[in-house]
Design a protein around this ligand. Structure first.
Ligand code: ADP
Ligand code: ZN
Length: 432
């Protein structure tokens, strides 16, 4: 029923396995310059770990640590054993380099294959990877996972929508991997070109690599006429295949045989109670070349309490609320871009694309939301447009408690990328 028996391993055994692996990774990580020093300073050894709670004796690792020990300071094996390099996309600053041994690539492909199998992808499927190849892990990582599962795998890469659709039709593609903002664009593109998505052979989309709301997922499912499943990962933990939804679409199972999950309170890094939102902190058990211990992802989520109807014992995390770095503070109110997306995409007049702009007026920070409107609502009647603008502003106010400026934009007029969307533009420095 499952790709791997470990997916339904009873909790006591799963935790026993985790404890053994935690000790093991502490021993292995000590070979890297960074952890050798960090462990010496804190006096920890593999013997310090007697229970899973003892993970708290280990130091946290941050993105700044990775940058400060760039490029090779985290290698726990000789460089000659590394066979691949990836880099994070640099969404929040300069990129970091991640290295993989042959064994790392094998275990990563297995985790991806397991994830895809869990949402119904089978060896008979034709799988098109609509994500950028190159340093981004969503290219090769997903690719080798689909091949490992046995799918005929098409490395389409991102962009060139007409060619994507041609490939999908010509080769009867049944499963795709795509970044959610590009999936929304693709859906609108089909409408514009008079194509009926129900006539396309696809049935499954894996969507991930950037924050998106349940509203966005629903739209993707409707526009593309398929099922879309949330896929979470980050380069520092291999890439995709860290946590994945199952067919029930009710949270993402973290593969706990490969990763130790902690949710810590953002301010003092104490364990957050189950069900409460905090920062996701991960330890990789399987990675040999560059194991990371208690890596602070900056991603905000919570553990979903209770069991999943699918029978997997690995705990679930909720959809990522955003990155800690994404939080905007406007007029003293904390706002996450995903709250804005949720409000916008719940309105039928709104098309798929939007941009959030921060600017300064006098000494005050202001928020402007530019939002594309569907063609049928983008009418010439000024009064109708003004009314719509007001309705959007008040819907946003209900969600974020301040009233932003709203600018209506014509369909397809805002910048669009096939990679991770840039949802927030900070113009504050420029306005000074
Ligand atoms: P970068 O941090 O530079 O974007 P990565 O390509 O490694 O580099 O991206 C990992 C990050 O992407 C995660 O830490 C998270 O913020 C985001 N991410 C990945 N998958 C998802 C997802 N399914 N939902 C929300 N955010 C995601
Ligand atoms: Zn499940």
């Amino acid at each position: 029923m499952f790709y791997d028996d470990v997916e339904s391993l009873p909790r006591p055994q799963l935790e026993q396995l985790q404890l053994a692996r935690l000790k093991d990774v502490v021993a292995r990580a000590a070979a890297s310059p960074f952890y050798r020093k960090a462990f010496q300073q804190t006096g920890v050894t593999p013997d310090s770990i007697r229970s899973l709670e003892d993970v708290r004796k280990l130091p946290l690792t941050t993105k700044a640590d990775l940058r400060n020990h760039y490029p090779y300071g985290f290698l726990a094996k000789p460089k000659a054993e590394m066979v691949r390099l990836h880099a994070s996309s640099g969404t929040t600053g300069s990129p970091t380099a991640i290295f993989y041994t042959r064994e790392d690539l094998e275990s990563w492909a297995d985790l991806c294959a397991r994830s895809f199998y869990g949402v119904g992808v089978r060896p008979e499927d034709v799988f098109q990877n609509i994500a950028g190849y190159g340093l981004f892990t969503g290219g090769l990582g997903i690719h080798y996972g689909a091949e490992r599962l046995g799918c005929l795998t098409i490395p389409a890469g991102a962009g060139n929508t007409a060619r994507q659709i041609k490939l999908i039709r010509d080769f009867q593609v049944t499963a795709i991997h795509i970044i959610p903002s590009y999936a929304l664009y693709l859906g609108a593109w089909l409408v514009d070109h008079g194509l009926d998505p129900a006539e396309l052979p696809w049935r499954i989309a894996l969507i991930g690599a950037e924050p998106h709301t349940e509203e966005a997922r629903q739209r993707i499912q409707e526009l593309l006429q398929l099922k879309a499943y949330n896929s979470y990962g980050l380069s520092e933990m291999n890439g995709p295949g860290v946590a994945f939804e199952c067919a029930h679409q009710c949270g993402m199972h973290v593969w706990e045989d490969a990763y130790l999950v902690e949710i810590l309170t953002p301010d003092n890094h104490e364990p957050a109670p189950d069900g409460e939102v905090g920062e996701l902190v991960l330890t990789s058990f399987a990675r040999q070349g560059m194991p990371l211990i208690r890596y602070r992802t900056r991603d905000l989520t919570r553990i979903i309490p209770g069991d999943c109807p699918c029978g997997r014992t690995h705990r679930r995390i909720d959809r990522i609320k955003g990155r800690a770095d994404d939080m905007l503070i406007i007029k003293g109110v904390n706002i996450y871009p995903m709250q804005i997306e949720q409000a916008l995409l719940s309105m039928p007049e709104v098309a798929q694309n939007y941009v959030i702009e921060l600017f300064r007026e006098g000494y005050m920070d202001q928020l402007r939301v530019k939002v594309e409107i569907k063609n049928e609502f983008f009418v010439e009647d000024m009064r109708a447009l003004t009314a719509l603008q007001k309705r959007i502003a008040s819907r946003l106010r209900d969600e974020i408690l301040i009233t932003p400026r709203v600018e209506l934009a014509q369909h397809k007029s805002l910048p669009q990328s096939a990679g991770k969307a840039e949802r927030v533009r900070d113009l504050r420095e420029k306005d000074l």
